[in-house]
Design a binder for this molecule. Structure first.
Ligand code: FNR
Length: 359
């Protein structure tokens, strides 16, 4: 496989649709109900504008950043996404290689096609986080937390916005069942995760999660616990009060609660409430370098994306993933230059304007 020639990330969806089987593609691109929130996620970046700055005397912006004790070459990271074997036979191991090649950060999903240890090994020392879907079965939770620790994972992302699965019509239309096993589920009673619909998979997950669960997980593992799926200042503070070492602002790419706001629209208020107590990861709808810039300028420390990376994986394996990161990093670099920002720290302090436009 070789590098992809990418004009822009939105164009990857149509290319990937040609090669990913219908059910898998529907699972990947789809959102909840009529997908209003999904669509607004990307539109909402137009609610803020970057201030163009000239005469700034800068060149070659530096995309590197230090966060969670890690030195990363880019503030753009791979969101935890399930079942990447739907997109490519090598699944998460190829994603890990592609992300490692750009010096970025990868988050593994509980519902990965490949195991925690195999995905970590493919990263060959590159930093990775592990995302936990909390089960009702604490031996399952503890076993995965132990495995993640043993594999050298740097932090746990606890996803709290999926206590039931969103109403995803694509999966109903396609009667979608996962055609491939989920490596981390194999040794538990739910079977190998193959041939199950998302409803069944989620049924094994806890449908009731509260601050005490965050506290219990944070006390069990000595890794930092980042709480994912936060969309309000109140919940961010509640998570920090329960021991969260990071806040992950996300609406799950519009796959869970349709009718909620675009994730970008809630970011600044959450960042204000968090007030630098812990780092913030942001995702949902990020497709452009300018989107990454606006998220950083609104309080994010890292900016994640999901679907474009899966499409890159489908189209070009590890090199496809690498190409997707290089494409968005290139756009970010141009944006930083034209906004007069030399470093990611500069971007975080850059002002945004909020003129109203009708389109
Ligand atoms: C996801 N997401 C997700 N989140 C999570 O915490 N655990 C998971 O297993 C998954 N699985 C998953 C599968 C697929 C196919 C997608 C598209 C998404 C949500 C993911 O982490 C992230 O929040 C979104 O992907 C961000 O939106 P964009 O960038 O895809 O628009």
């Amino acid at each position: 496989e070789e590098k992809l020639n990418i004009l822009n990330l939105p164009s990857l969806e149509g290319e990937a649709k040609k090669i990913i089987p219908t059910g898998g593609f529907g699972y990947i691109f789809g959102g909840a109900e009529d997908e209003w929130t999904l669509k607004e996620n990307t539109q909402a970046f137009n609610h803020a504008q970057i201030v163009p700055r000239a005469l700034s005397n800068i060149d070659h912006p530096d995309l590197s950043t230090d966060v969670f004790g890690l030195h990363l070459k880019t503030p753009v990271m791979m969101a935890p996404t399930a079942a990447q074997g739907l997109a490519h036979a090598k699944g998460e191991t190829d994603t890990a290689k592609g992300v490692a090649a750009v010096g970025g950060l990868m988050a593994q999903s509980t519902y990965s096609s490949t195991s925690i240890a195999d995905t970590a090994a493919a990263g060959n020392g590159a930093p990775q986080f592990f995302q936990l879907y909390m089960s009702k079965d604490w031996t399952f939770n503890e076993s995965l937390l132990d495995e993640a620790k043993k594999a050298g994972v740097k932090a746990i992302i606890l996803t709290v916005d999926a206590t039931v699965d969103g109403y995803r019509e694509e999966d109903i239309i396609n009667n979608f069942q996962f055609p491939i096993p989920m490596a981390n589920l194999e040794k538990f009673a739910s079977g190998d995760g193959k041939g199950q619909g998302i409803g069944e998979i989620y049924a094994a997950a806890a449908q009731k999660i509260g601050p005490d669960d965050v506290r219990r997980i944070a006390e069990y593992t000595d890794l930092p616990v980042i709480v994912k799926g936060i969309q309000s200042p109140e919940d961010a503070l509640r998570a920090i009060g329960a021991g969260a070492a990071g806040i992950y602002v996300s609406n799950h790419g519009g796959r869970q609660l349709n009718g909620g706001p675009a994730s970008f629209d809630v970011l600044a208020d959450i960042a204000k409430a968090v007030n630098h107590q812990v780092p913030i990861i942001f995702d949902s709808g990020v497709r452009r370098g300018s989107h990454v810039f606006k998220a950083l300028a609104s309080g994010a420390d890292l900016v994640a994306f999901g679907r474009p990376v899966i499409y890159g994986l489908a189209l070009g394996g590890a090199e496809g993933v690498q190409s997707v990161f290089e494409a968005i990093d290139h756009e970010l670099e141009i944006t930083m230059q034209l906004a007069g920002t030399k470093t990611i720290e500069d971007v975080k302090h850059a002002p945004l304007t909020h003129f109203q436009y009708n389109d």
